[in-house]
Each structure stands twice: as structure tokens, then as C-alpha cells.
Design a binder for this molecule. Sequence first.
Ligand code: BV8
Ligand code: ZN
Length: 298
Amino acid sequence: STSAAPKTTVYQSDMESFHAHLKQSTRVLALLGAGLSASSGLPTFRGAGGLWRTHQATHLATPQAFAANPGLVWQFYSYRRHMSLNATPNAAHYALAALAQKMPQCQCLSQNVDGLSPRAHHPAGQLQLLHGSLFDVKCSDQDGCGYKEINYTDPIVPALAIPLSGHDPTTDVARQEADVSNISTPLATLSAQDLPACPSCKKHILRPGVVWFGEALPRSVLRTVDDYIAASDIDLIIVIGTSAKVFPAAGYIDEARDQGARVCVVNMDENDAPPGGWEAGDWFFRGDAAELVPKLLE
Ligand code: BV8
Ligand code: ZN
């Protein structure tokens, strides 16, 4: 019988060659995703037990859903605020903060809105929050009013208290039709009066300061990232805990490659390769970011 051809992996998985490359690197970029916070107890979006599998969150994380049913969308975000506030940064968050402190030209692009990297004292100038934060809250009439605040109050208003059972109120969404647009009244109907009001214009309700699908990423963040990438060659991009399906975030991996960067992926699942696939010279380390990242960056 013909022996099965040895599985030729394009990527390398030895730490020595990675450590050698990191040591001689000066411009290191990192792209962070929900998998970085998995060990802190925060569910990811698309993986096993992912938040979004049951909640159709890609429906909830849109301006349309908020316009149609602000109470339901706020329940979703209040629950995530509650979970994030009760989570603690893990060893990977701290290892990345330490790398940034050691390497002034290290820049981290985070898709996470959970606030854990800032809480790990990651230098603010070297952490770009591509999709905003659960704890930035702003007037829903952004063109007119422009009011914004940093808000860690949990619950942000009494009506959004997580039921004592700790049960995720948005699982009710799972029991209702997945598509928010045809949800007339969520199980717990919240009216605008129940929701946080803008203290400035007093005409609109506040919304989570996250970037929803169909919304542009913050201009200042886009400019900072584009300037960093265009400035000069990039030695390495480390891609941690992301399914690399959301753009323009995932697009930065190929942009870094185009600047000569080697690519290192840390993920539980080797199928979550870079959007353009694996290339010779890539590293792939399978496992929990909280365990692998400290070893890779030591
Ligand atoms: C925009 C905030 C244009 C809200 C989020 C091309 C160009 C531009 C846009 C598009 C484009 N193609 C498609 C689009 C539209 C859309 C998009 O990308 N859609 C996808 C679904 C195809 N993009 C947009 O709409 C963006 N806007 O470009 O607008 C524009 C321009 C001008 C003017 C107007 C408009 C906005 C996208 C931002 C959406 N908001 N979040 C919220 O969080 O509620 S995105 C959301 O997904 C989260 O931020 C999340 O971080 C992000 C990515 O998910 P991941 O972090 O990767 O998490 P995931 O669960 O998917 O994966 C976890 C991974 O970890 C897995 O691989 C798993 O194996 C691994 N893992 C699990 N445990 C561990 C682990 N790894 C290591 N250790 C572990 N323990
Ligand atoms: Zn306002």
C-alpha cells in the first residue's frame, strides 16, 4: 500500500526560529482578536460556544438593529460590558504590553472591544482599537450632537441589569427569530425611556462606542495604522486569536506581508489561516494564546 504522503505544512512551528527573528526585528505589528481574551473567560464570536453563533450578533452589531430595536441591542452590549468588567487580562495581554514597552516600534491593532489590553497597561500609543470599545458611550445622533463619554457603570442603567441568574438576556434572541429586523418586541421590551439618554442634547439615547458592521473605522485610527504600515518595512506581524474574516482589519495581514513582514499566527485552529493562505516562512503555533504568547515573546 502506498504510504500516505507526509503532510507538508507550508508553515514552521519551531520557537527557536521565531525567537531568532523576533530578536533581530525592530518593526513588529500585531493583530489581535477575540481568541486573545478567550482564556479570560470572554466568549469568542465564531468559535465553539461563540457569542455570535446563537445571537446572530452580526445582525445585532449593526446600525439597523439599533434603530429597529435599541433595547435589544443594548441588552447584548450590557451583557458584554458586564462580562468584560468581570474578566481579567491574561498572561498574553501582559506579554504584549511588555513587548510594546520594550519595542517602541511595536504597534498592536486590536479588534477587541473588551478593554482588557488597556487594563494590562498596554501603552496607549501602541494599541489601536480598530472597532472601538464597550466602555466608550456616545450620542446616537453622532452627526448632530457628538457627545461621548467613557462609562464603566454596570449596569449602565437599571433596566439593563443582568438578571441575577447571570443568564444572558440576549439568549432570548436565540429563541426568537434570528433576524433582528423581524423582531417586533423582544421578550423584555425596553422603551427609549429605559435606555441611557444623552445628557447633552437630551433628545437622543446613547449607544455603545463600537464600530458596527457597515460603519467606518475611526478615521484617526485608520490614519495611524496606514502611516505605520507605509513608514517603512515591517519585520514581523503576529496574528493572535482571530478568524481573520472581518475587514479591513484582516486586510492588514497582507498589507504587512507586502511590506516584507514575516507572518506568525497563534490560533487554536489551523484553518483560521491568513486570508491569502499560508506562505513559506510563516509560523503557526496552535494552542491557547494565554499560554503560547508569553513563551513566544519572552
Ligand atoms: C467597514 C465591534 C466600510 C462590534 C466588530 C472589505 C472592506 C471593508 C469592509 C468589508 C469588506 N468586506 C466585507 C466588509 C463588510 C464588513 C465585514 O468585514 N464583514 C465580514 C463579516 C465579511 N466590514 C465592516 O462592515 C467594517 N466596516 O469597513 O465599513 C465603510 C467605509 C466608509 C464608510 C462607511 C463604511 C466594520 C467591521 C467592524 C465590525 N465590528 N466588532 C462588536 O464587537 O459587537 S467586528 C467583530 O468581529 C469583533 O470586533 C471581533 O473582534 C471581530 C473579529 O472577530 P475575531 O476577533 O476574529 O473573533 P472570532 O470569534 O471570529 O475568532 C476567534 C478566533 O480565535 C478563532 O480563529 C478561534 O479559533 C481563535 N481562538 C479561540 N480561542 C482561542 C483562540 N486562539 C487562541 N487562543 C484561544 N484560547
Ligand atoms: Zn446627544
